[in-house]
Ligand binder design. Structure first.
Ligand code: ATP
Ligand code: MG
Length: 412
């Protein structure tokens, strides 16, 4: 007997949920289990260390067309759960996996990454890991190429997605020259062009400026309006709630502590643990002093006793910079001074040159004209090693910063 979605006797078979997760548990095999690469490791692997479960006993079901927010503190297993949904676990990461996942009523057990790419699109947390190709068009075409899409159709779809995301001006650009936020937008285009039914976004707003955040919010609203199912990982709950998720999954130490509607979530959520929108904070807390303490959280950067007499440590003098002689100028005569004990916020939209400017101070880039002086010495006369001894830097993209593969190795 064949069962049709709409039987003639009037009874219809219930549509399966877009995503069904049952008792999902995963433990990474070792501390530094990076996705397998084609080339073999030359260094013999250290004996595996006993790992705790990265996620434990996760169960939820999400109807098609709904938006779910996964929230929880750093390291609670949010990204691991997404990797289980898109098949990176167990296809690329080793470990012990149990429980089951169904997408549209079918188990994904045994599916290859290629099979899943037609159903699931993922925007990774770290855009540097996502971008593979050297030009924007190649990057967007990557998934379609794997599916042997005809060239003419590919070009048409690329043009369509660039237009949809208002990224036409990225055409022909090299991906290495894009800023962190721009990379994220190109990564989004690469997913959209595949038209999967389930979209996974891992902290998509992290690198974006205010305008790009608005655009991405619009894009996500559009996906949902077109009936796609969307899962977003975001620990900044307040921002994520602007997307009006249907469901919230709250995690802690690998376990789910809440799964339900956003309305129920706002009833139980503790505003001292997660930053909530003002209205719900006011609803759950009645003492005005407590409300004030929660809402007004100044950023403390230590007591600064900077005086005008202090000699500046870092001086930018009329710094101009272009990445190569035939590319556009990025810094147009920047002059500024930084004194000991000062904290300075460098603000500007995606691609405006913030990271480029910081790299000048580190000596990773040298001005095309003008000068950068650290403790009175021109950075052009100092080696990167000499500069590194005097200046510390936390990179925008964590993968660019961690060279050693374990935290233990990194700090030693
Ligand atoms: N590739 C890996 N190999 C081994 N252990 C890992 C790996 N990736 C994550 N883990 C471990 O799994 C646990 C969950 O990490 P996960 O990245 O899923 O957390 P997260 O909630 O996404 O955190 P964040 O908010 O910082 O992105 C952590 O204890 C982490 O150390
Ligand atoms: Mg994560």
């Amino acid at each position: 007997m064949t069962i049709h979605a709409d039987n003639t006797d009037g009874t219809s078979t219930p549509t399966p949920p877009a995503v069904l997760v049952e008792n999902l548990t995963f433990r990474y095999r070792s501390l530094d289990d990076e996705p397998e690469t084609k080339h073999h490791k030359t260094v013999p692997a250290e004996p595996p260390l006993e790992q705790p479960q990265a996620i434990e006993d996760i169960s939820f079901s999400l109807p098609a067309g709904e938006l779910m927010l996964i929230a929880g503190p750093s390291g609670c297993g949010k990204s691991t759960l997404l990797k289980c949904l898109n098949g990176l676990i167990p296809n690329s990461y080793h470990g012990t996996l149990s429980g089951q996942i169904q997408l549209g009523g079918r188990t994904i057990k045994g599916s290859t990454l290629r099979d899943l790419a037609l159903q699931v699109g993922t925007m990774l947390q770290d855009p540097d890991k996502q971008i593979i190709a050297s030009t924007v068009e190649q990057e967007i075409a990557f998934g379609m190429e794997n599916m042997n899409t005809p060239r003419a159709e590919m070009q048409e779809r690329i043009a369509g997605v660039l237009e949809q995301l208002h990224l036409e001006h990225y055409k022909g650009q090299a991906t290495f020259a894009l800023s962190g936020g721009q990379r994220q937008q190109v990564a989004a285009a690469g997913i959209l062009v595949m038209n999967p039914s389930l979209y996974l976004f891992d902290e998509p707003f992290a690198n974006l400026d205010a305008r790009a955040v608005d655009e991405l919010e619009e894009l996500i609203a559009g996906l949902r309006a077109r009936g796609h199912t969307v899962i977003i990982v975001e620990h900044r709950v307040e921002e994520a709630l602007r997307l009006k998720p249907d469901k919230v999954l709250l995690m802690k130490d690998g376990r789910q502590v809440f799964f339900g509607s956003t309305r129920d979530f706002l009833e139980i959520a503790d505003p001292t643990q997660v930053k909530l929108p003002i209205e719900s904070t006011l609803r759950t807390v009645s003492d005005p002093a407590e409300v004030r303490a929660l809402l007004v959280r100044p950023i403390t950067t230590g007591v600064s006793s900077v005086s005008e007499q202090d000699k500046p440590i870092l001086v930018f003098e009329n710094v101009h910079y272009r990445y190569s002689s035939y590319s556009e100028e990025i810094l147009h005569g920047v002059s500024c001074q930084v004194r000991r004990g000062e904290t300075i916020a460098l603000l500007g939209p995606n691609g405006s040159g913030k990271t480029t400017m910081v790299k000048q101070a580190l000596g990773l880039l040298r001005p095309t004209s003008g000068s950068v002086k650290l403790y009175g010495e021109d950075t052009r006369r100092l080696s990167v090693a000499q500069l590194a001894a005097r200046i510390g830097y936390v990179f925008q993209s964590p993968s660019a910063m961690l060279f050693a593969s374990t935290v233990r190795k990194e700090v030693s």
